[in-house]
Design a protein around this ligand. Structure first.
Ligand SMILES: *[C@@H]1O[C@H](CO)[C@@H](O)[C@H](O)[C@H]1NC(C)=O
Ligand SMILES: *[C@@H]1O[C@H](CO)[C@@H](O)[C@H](O)[C@H]1NC(C)=O
Ligand SMILES: *[C@@H]1O[C@H](CO)[C@@H](O)[C@H](O)[C@H]1NC(C)=O
Ligand SMILES: *[C@@H]1O[C@H](CO)[C@@H](O)[C@H](O)[C@H]1NC(C)=O
Ligand SMILES: *[C@@H]1O[C@H](CO)[C@@H](O)[C@H](O)[C@H]1NC(C)=O
Ligand SMILES: *[C@@H]1O[C@H](CO)[C@@H](O)[C@H](O)[C@H]1NC(C)=O
Ligand SMILES: *[C@@H]1O[C@H](CO)[C@@H](O)[C@H](O)[C@H]1NC(C)=O
Ligand SMILES: *[C@@H]1O[C@H](CO)[C@@H](O)[C@H](O)[C@H]1NC(C)=O
Ligand SMILES: *[C@@H]1O[C@H](CO)[C@@H](O)[C@H](O)[C@H]1NC(C)=O
Ligand SMILES: *[C@@H]1O[C@H](CO)[C@@H](O)[C@H](O)[C@H]1NC(C)=O
Length: 368
């Protein structure tokens, strides 16, 4: 652990964090996270100053043998929490006070086989990767190396590994920028992430799997995950969580396995075009009672803060239940497609998952 990180941690402990604890990971492994700066030069960036970026931020969630010690600590960067408290107009401290009693920073990757690799993209213009920790840490606890990528300047706030903060577009801003271009940047960065696996291995002190790779993401991150599946043959399967398909190219036959997870009624017309093109394994499930932002950590926040009163994109489903559904179905899809584990929960409704609506039934491949 770096000296800086130790100081940050002990300050956090001194602050006697007393807020609600985020749902801990449910798998068998302890979980660590670490930030890695990935070099990638882009001279056509529509958002960056002078249109140039030279790097993006990866935050890796992975199995470790190190166990979390001591009282719970804040799980969000305080500056990020404050920015979103302002954006949602909730009482200062509402998000900054939320804690984890499970995720450690900067521990070594568990020595063993290379867990399959999952590349994650957050929503466009936020929330950033850190605000998906509840999902990403859970996947890591089942033996995945999960790498989230934040694009600087697009994301409202990131903090580089060296501690420098970078503010980007204001949360919820919708600048006059072609969202297709933003998604294309994400796809290129996904390729750069795979190219940089040796660098990530060096930083984590262990092996990262480069033969079994899945992509997934929320909103714009979901669009990019689906597009990366089409464009990049090193990616084996993808999950698009509530993200649109941005143009005709994306309706193409994915051939490889793809899972669309959405609100119960996904009204984006692009998903309708997608269905008839598919010949490979694909699934579309909706979640009754959930809305777009329920697939982020805000599903949990709405149970312990008053954020729901300030957002029209959080539904009536219980947040703990939503967390369980998102975690379980995303993991099960990758367990089947990257590890060959049978997953009958995809085949049709069951008493265990009454909120899950099976939108694809015809032409649906069994995952038993
Ligand atoms: C940056 O890119 C945008 C969109 O492509 C363009 O409109 C703008 O002129 C560029 N800015 C600079 C400083 O090059
Ligand atoms: C934010 O909340 C405060 C207190 O509830 C209220 O007075 C204010 O009008 C709200 N501002 C916005 C922009 O919603
Ligand atoms: C956050 O925690 C502090 C104590 O650390 C407490 O004084 C404050 O009321 C809390 N704020 C909220 C909004 O929960
Ligand atoms: C695990 O650790 C042992 C002892 O330190 C080492 O010899 C071995 O190469 C490591 N295995 C992997 C996969 O890193
Ligand atoms: C990558 O993951 C697959 C699926 O779990 C596994 O079979 C393979 O051995 C892993 N690769 C390495 C180098 O460990
Ligand atoms: C930290 O890293 C970022 C990204 O490379 C860089 O822009 C910044 O100047 C660095 N800060 C310091 C203090 O070196
Ligand atoms: C993505 O990478 C390709 C190949 O390097 C390049 O031609 C294209 O302009 C890039 N797209 C964006 C949006 O950066
Ligand atoms: C969704 O939930 C509502 C309220 O519990 C219920 O009335 C409705 O039938 C459900 N819809 C589906 C498709 O399960
Ligand atoms: C998640 O939901 C399943 C199915 O309803 C249930 O069996 C399981 O106990 C739940 N897990 C948690 C952590 O709540
Ligand atoms: C899907 O199933 C329907 C009804 O069983 C069938 O008519 C259609 O040809 C199938 N389409 C594809 C692409 O397999």
């Amino acid at each position: 652990m770096s000296a800086l990180r130790k100081i940050v941690l002990s300050l956090a402990v001194l602050r006697e964090a007393c807020g609600a604890i985020i749902p801990p990971p449910t798998g068998q492994f302890s979980v660590s996270r670490k930030k890695v700066e990935i070099p990638y030069v882009n001279t056509g960036d529509p958002i960056a100053p002078n249109n140039v970026t030279t790097a993006f931020l990866a935050t890796v969630y992975y199995p470790t043998s190190e166990r979390f010690m001591g009282p719970p600590v804040p799980y969000l960067d305080p500056a990020l929490a404050a920015l979103f408290e302002g954006a949602y107009n909730v009482t200062a401290g509402s998000f900054a006070n939320l804690t984890t009693n499970a995720i450690v920073w900067d521990a070594p990757l568990l020595n063993g086989t290379a867990y399959p690799t999952l590349l994650f993209g957050p929503a466009g213009i936020g929330p950033p990767v850190e605000m998906f920790s509840i999902l990403l840490s859970d996947l890591a606890s089942y033996g995945y190396t999960v790498i989230g990528a934040d694009h600087p300047y697009e994301q409202p706030f990131i903090r580089w590994p060296n501690g420098t903060a970078l503010y980007g577009l204001p949360p919820f801003d919708s600048p006059d920028i072609d969202s297709g271009a933003l998604v294309d940047i994400r796809v290129n960065e996904t390729k750069a992430l795979i190219d940089n696996i040796p660098l990530i291995e060096q930083c984590l002190g262990g092996i990262v799997n480069s033969t079994h790779i899945g992509t997934f993401g929320h909103s714009a991150g979901g669009s990019a995950a689906a597009r990366a599946l089409l464009q990049e043959n090193r990616v084996s399967s993808a999950v698009n969580i509530d993200g649109p398909f941005l143009d005709e190219d994306q309706y193409a036959d994915a051939v490889k396995p793809i899972f669309l997870l959405s609100e119960e009624v996904y009204e984006d017309p692009s998903w309708v075009h997608f269905a008839p093109e598919q010949t490979g394994l694909w699934k579309h499930l909706g979640v009754n009672g959930s809305l777009h932002v329920d697939f982020t950590d805000l599903a949990f926040w709405k149970e312990v803060t008053d954020v729901k009163a300030h957002s029209s994109s959080l539904g009536d489903i219980n947040g703990y239940r939503q967390v369980n559904i998102t975690r379980t179905f995303v993991r099960s899809f990758f367990d089947f497609t990257l590890r060959g584990v049978p997953e009958p929960i995809f085949d049709g409704p069951s008493d265990a998952w009454p909120e899950v609506v099976y939108i694809t039934v015809e032409n649906s491949t069994s995952m038993k």
